[in-house]
Ligand binder design. Structure first.
Ligand SMILES: O=C(O)c1ccccc1NCC(=O)[C@H](O)[C@H](O)COP(=O)(O)O
Length: 210
């Protein structure tokens, strides 16, 4: 059986990080973008990461951050992976001696393929919804037919996923991983234990289908 990995993004509290890890999330995301309602400070993220078991991947998210800021996070938070949501170049993304995920907002097939080729050294490509002026965490889905099937093993599907649509999403795309934020929240930045649990159950049931 193929197992779809799950990344839960926008963790702002120790309790949510611990719950997500307990319930089986493979990765947790921390948003270092001050304009986001899910922003976490370096101190807060470091405290959460100290409480998370070692085999859960900790991901630091940035939106056109300075090199200095990315380095500050790497030095002070025990993160394993970087995730870039802005217009960062491949050269910038590869500066930090850590693997990275490049987030692409799904405007059209051509722009997705172009970004995938430019970021061929990225560990994964997170394909998210395109909402003008919003770099991530939109809560909106997009046309999944835009996802290039030939890159399946690198694709992290994001954007408006929830318990009601995740089985369909996995059956349609068969991504390597799925990423969810708003779909497992009770309010922005506050995760809901029951929703996380249900989401993990739905992913497992989708995996049994193939
Ligand atoms: O979550 C945010 O507020 C955010 C802000 C700026 C850049 C990225 C952000 N989140 C990144 C993620 O990986 C989200 O999980 C992804 O966009 C999906 O969010 P949602 O549609 O709410 O599931």
């Amino acid at each position: 059986m193929i197992r779809t990995r799950v990344k839960i993004c926008g963790i702002t509290r120790v309790v949510d990080g611990v719950t997500a890890a307990e319930v089986g999330a493979d990765a947790l995301g921390f948003v270092f973008f001050e304009k986001s309602p899910r922003y976490v400070s370096i101190e807060c993220a470091a405290e959460i990461c100290r409480n998370i078991p070692p085999f859960v991947t900790k991901v630091g998210l940035f939106v056109d951050a300075s090199e200095e800021m990315v380095r500050d996070v790497i030095e002070n938070v025990n993160i394993d992976l970087l995730q870039f949501h802005g217009d960062e170049s491949p050269e910038f993304c590869q500066k930090f001696n850590l693997p990275y995920i490049k987030a692409i907002r799904a405007k059209c097939k051509e722009s997705i393929l172009e970004a995938m080729q430019a970021h061929s050294n990225a560990l994964g490509m997170l394909i998210d919804s395109y909402v003008p002026g919003v770099p991530g965490g939109t809560g909106s889905t997009f046309d999944w037919q835009l996802v290039p099937s030939e890159y399946r093993s690198k694709i992290i599907l994001a954007g408006g996923l929830n318990c009601a649509n995740i089985v369909d999403a996995i059956k349609t795309i068969r991504p390597y991983a799925v990423d969810i934020s708003g779909g497992v929240e009770s309010s922005k930045g506050i995760k809901d234990r029951e929703k996380i649990y249900q989401f993990m159950k739905e992913v497992a049931s989708a995996d049994k289908i193939y």
